[in-house]
Design a protein around this ligand. Structure first.
Ligand code: PBG
Length: 327
């Protein structure tokens, strides 16, 4: 055969394949989501997320050090309070669970970069992401509480805040309150492109945050839409978001790419709880190779355009990068 182009030439050996690799990753772009709860001396495994735990504040340090040791330097904290109420007051309490966790993490691991998930759903008795007016979430009243939550997290030691509630205008309100309080250099990573997704199922068990009635479709996006995703992304950039996020990651590669192309801020992809749990369950049943599937999913998100990757597999991925399995 007289073939001029033989794409297989560049696949002939491992050194060459790595030389021409198009997607390169680095551990510095991994972010680990971690759950903290009240109590002492507890590290409780989350039933729906094997290998993930809810830590009491006094037990966080070991995990944080482990992350540091493998080179995962940024952690996003989720608080699970003991008491919930209609206004989600635990979200912005000075001695709230996540505020205590930030103070502890700040002191125990000063080299870690700490991010606060800003939302009300773990803290409200009804499980919605804001204050209710009848059966609906009151957007503008919720903004005040979100801004208060963000400020309290930053005052407790968060380096960055990440609003995940999907209320309109929250980025600009949070920016304004942070600025008024002197935190002009604290970045906001907006969960701008967040869909009403069934992939969050295991998280809602982990954080005990399932809505007690209805669903989140009046604030999280309909996953049939991509123009709306662009609208949300552009709005959040205009409001002052420093980093945008697409969530979930696995079925949303097209949107990671599109948001990357239509904005000029760093793009984060959140591989959510359901993605993690599916891999774990299928691997435990012997149907797939956990490590390889985990790697392939991560590369898929980076290839789609993610600059940052938020994942419960952060530690394992960092090790695979060290071992040259991916990267
Ligand atoms: C809070 C929040 C959720 C997740 C991150 N922040 C739950 C939700 O929106 O229902 C999901 C994360 C995951 O599934 O891993 N609103």
């Amino acid at each position: 055969m007289n073939l001029i182009q033989r794409p297989r030439r560049l696949r002939g050996n491992e050194i060459l394949r790595k030389m021409v690799r198009e997607t390169r990753m680095d551990k510095s772009s991994l972010m680990y989501p971690m759950f903290v709860q009240e109590g002492n001396n507890c590290k409780e495994e989350i039933r729906s997320m094997p290998g993930q735990y809810r830590y009491s504040v006094d037990c966080m340090e070991e995990k944080l050090e482990e992350l540091c040791d493998v080179g995962v330097r940024s952690v996003m904290l989720f608080g699970i309070p003991d008491k919930k109420d209609a206004l989600g007051s635990g979200a912005y309490a000075q001695d709230g669970i996540v505020q205590k966790a930030f103070r502890k993490a700040r002191e125990a691991c000063p080299d870690l970069y700490l991010i606060g998930d800003v939302c009300m759903c773990e803290y409200t008795s009804h499980g919605h992401c804001g204050v209710l007016c009848g059966q609906d979430v009151d957007n503008d009243r919720t903004l005040e509480l979100l801004a208060k939550t963000a400020l309290s997290q930053v005052q407790a030691g968060a380096d960055m805040v990440a609003p995940s509630d999907m209320m309109d205008g929250r980025v600009s309100r949070i920016r304004q309150v942070l600025d008024e309080n002197g935190y002009v250099n604290t970045p906001i990573m907006s969960y701008a492109v967040k869909f009403a997704s069934s992939f969050y199922g295991p998280f809602r068990e982990a954080a005990d945050s399932a809505p007690s009635f209805g669903d989140r479709k009046s604030y999280q996006m309909d996953y049939h839409n991509r123009r709306e995703a662009r609208k949300e992304a552009l709005l959040d950039v205009a409001e002052g978001a420093d980093i945008l996020m697409v969530k979930p990651a696995l079925a949303y590669g097209d949107l990671i790419r599109e948001m990357k192309d239509c904005t000029d801020v760093p793009m984060a992809a959140y591989s959510v709880s359901g993605e993690y749990s599916m891999v774990k369950a299928a691997a435990q049943a012997g149907f797939i190779d956990e490590e390889r599937v985990m790697c392939e999913m991560a590369v898929g998100a980076y290839r789609a355009g993610a600059d940052l990757y938020i994942t419960y597999f952060a530690e394992e991925l960092a090790k695979c990068m060290d071992d040259g399995k991916i990267g």
